[in-house]
Design a protein around this ligand. Structure first.
Ligand SMILES: Cc1ncc(COP(=O)(O)O)c(C=O)c1O
Length: 380
């Protein structure tokens, strides 16, 4: 069997044509395709405003910056995420405070959020792990009670729904990523969506050096050369050919999610009776977007031994995630106490990500399952 990666983009001829059309035009960056992509995202999600940027990481960074919180504010987030989530807090000179996760969904635990609140807490960044929305109602109640901003890191969850409403309509600011392993791709790319006009205006400026008029606004016979730098922004701009790819990909998003869902169900059916594999729990009030398919191995299985066996069988398994507080930068700078995160620690030791992407055909799932079932537990 050829190697099966854990994730993979889907690019077709329509996507390629849209990109090459832009490459043949006069605007290859900061042109009309950006707004078209942002409008298409707003329409898909059902929100008012969108700022497209060059990565999910940049989107998180300017989202935190746009809130203009006092330096050193505490922002509560999950440790069970890609480090970009908590790094955005540190870029902005704030303090990351981790809350433990729920044992069933691996999403941030609202009860632990409550325990971590102090008078310096100003915001919560919650991550919809694997594409399953968090307990948004409970998190919103906490935010209302303590007057906190909410940022939803939905890099795994574009197209997901919570209580029949699309993700992107709940938090003050919601973040998406368009990296190739995500549901839709622009190569690299990301976006912030919001219904808050003031935040939207600030975010559009922060994306381009904090300058109030972009190149297109300063272009043409009647336009002025003048501009003003209002905030300390950066160059987080996405190009027009990436935006064109995003527009084309977005048209296929629901189909991609449906394929992912079908494959996830196929894994569930085939692995249902495998004693050492615990399948994902999906809550009844969500539409899961299935960015990744993770399973928990039974305690007696050595995950790292199993991982090596699967890799040797041409199966591109992965581990999502090493808890953020375990990375050496976090240890050197903050030295969090692992004992505070007993659920995260336990899940981290046992979790493994199986391949899942829309192009994956059912017989590849069957091959992965056959390899899993053939595993001999010799690693302990
Ligand atoms: C939960 C989460 N947040 C943020 C990011 C960062 O997104 P990007 O890779 O587009 O910068 C990722 C990407 O892997 C992610 O999974």
């Amino acid at each position: 069997m050829e190697f099966i990666p854990y994730g993979m983009h889907w690019i077709d001829e329509d996507d390629i044509n849209e990109v090459t059309n832009v490459l043949r035009s006069n605007w290859i960056t900061t042109g009309p395709k950006i707004k078209e992509f942002e409008d298409a995202l707003c329409e898909y999600i059902g929100c008012k405003y969108c700022v497209a940027v060059n990565s999910g990481t940049s989107a998180l960074d300017i989202a935190v910056q746009s809130l203009d919180l006092p330096a050193g504010s505490e922002i509560i987030t999950t440790p069970f995420t890609f480090v970009a989530t908590s790094n955005a807090i540190i870029y902005n000179a704030h303090k990351p405070v981790f809350a433990d996760i729920c044992r069933d969904t691996f999403n941030i635990d609202p009860e632990d959020i409550r325990r971590k609140i102090t008078k310096n807490t100003k915001a919560i960044i919650y991550v919809d792990y694997a594409g399953q929305p968090c307990d948004i109602k409970e998190i919103k109640e906490i935010a209302d009670e303590f007057d906190l901003y909410l940022i939803e890191d939905a890099c795994h969850a574009i197209g997901a729904e919570y209580e029949n409403k699309k993700i992107g309509t709940f938090a003050d600011l919601t973040i998406f990523s368009f990296h190739p392993v995500k549901h839709i791709t622009t190569g690299e790319g990301g976006a912030v969506v919001t219904d808050n006009k003031e935040l939207y205006e600030k975010l559009s400026i922060l994306r381009t050096h904090g300058i109030d008029r972009n190149t297109m606004d300063r272009f043409g016979p009647d336009a002025s050369w003048a501009y003003d730098m209002k905030y300390l922004g950066r160059n987080y701009r996405i190009t027009d050919f990436q935006a064109a790819l995003g527009i084309s990909q977005l048209k296929k998003l629901d189909g991609f999610i449906e394929k992912r869902r079908e494959l996830a169900l196929w894994y569930n059916e085939l692995l249902n009776d495998t004693w050492f594999v615990k399948l994902p729990t999906v809550k009844s009030n969500v539409r899961h977007a299935w960015h990744i398919f993770t399973v928990l191995l039974e305690d007696s299985i050595n995950r790292d031994h199993f991982f090596k066996y699967m890799k040797a069988s041409s199966v591109g398994v992965n581990v999502h995630y090493i808890p953020a507080y375990s990375h050496s930068y976090y240890i050197d700078k903050f030295n969090f106490d692992k004992n505070e995160f007993s659920v995260t620690e336990d899940i981290f030791k046992r979790i493994i990500t199986l391949p899942l992407y829309p192009k994956m055909v059912k017989n590849k799932i069957e091959y992965v399952v056959e390899m899993i079932k053939g595993y001999k537990n010799e690693g302990k």
